[in-house]
Design a protein around this ligand. Sequence first.
Ligand code: FAD
Length: 140
Amino acid sequence: MQLYRLLYYSEAADNLTLQDVKSIAEKASIKNASLLISGGLLYCESKFLQILEGGIRPVNKLFETILQDRRHKNVNLIHFSRVSKREFEGWDMSLVFFPTSRDFYPEYIKYSGDDSFDPLSLDGDICVQFLRGLLERQKR
Ligand code: FAD
């Protein structure tokens, strides 16, 4: 099966709580594992950055579902490409949460000249490295 990676950015719906986000991530972990989709979900300042890796059909189908989900809005596709290997193997949909961008500032400034969280200003490959770095840091 050829492998693809999709990366998008979105904004949380106005009434979304952290508990709602945790519930999305928990359910996503189970469904993604069954679809052989790996990835990560960053939630900070009511913004989402998500990476999905897997087969072209499962990734597209899941993204179509996610696009229709009213728990977020203003979904922007940042990157979609065929890749040779998974960068998020073993992470079915781990959630990384930071109340403010200041909390991940030391990690973020490795990839950005700015301390405010704006994934649209980052290149897709850089977003991948950034999210991976945060997940690894969280695991330690
Ligand atoms: P259902 O839960 O019946 O969903 C049917 C439809 O309703 C879908 O369009 C769904 O988007 C929408 N929906 C479901 N629950 C709610 C709700 N409480 N409020 C508003 N709309 C709702 N799911 C994954 O499996 N993997 C992921 O990686 C993943 N990432 C997500 C990231 C974000 C930022 C968000 C907001 C959601 C994510 N989801 C993810 C959830 C996804 O959108 C679906 O809810 C989930 O996949 C189940 O969809 P379903 O069609 O199987 O069933």
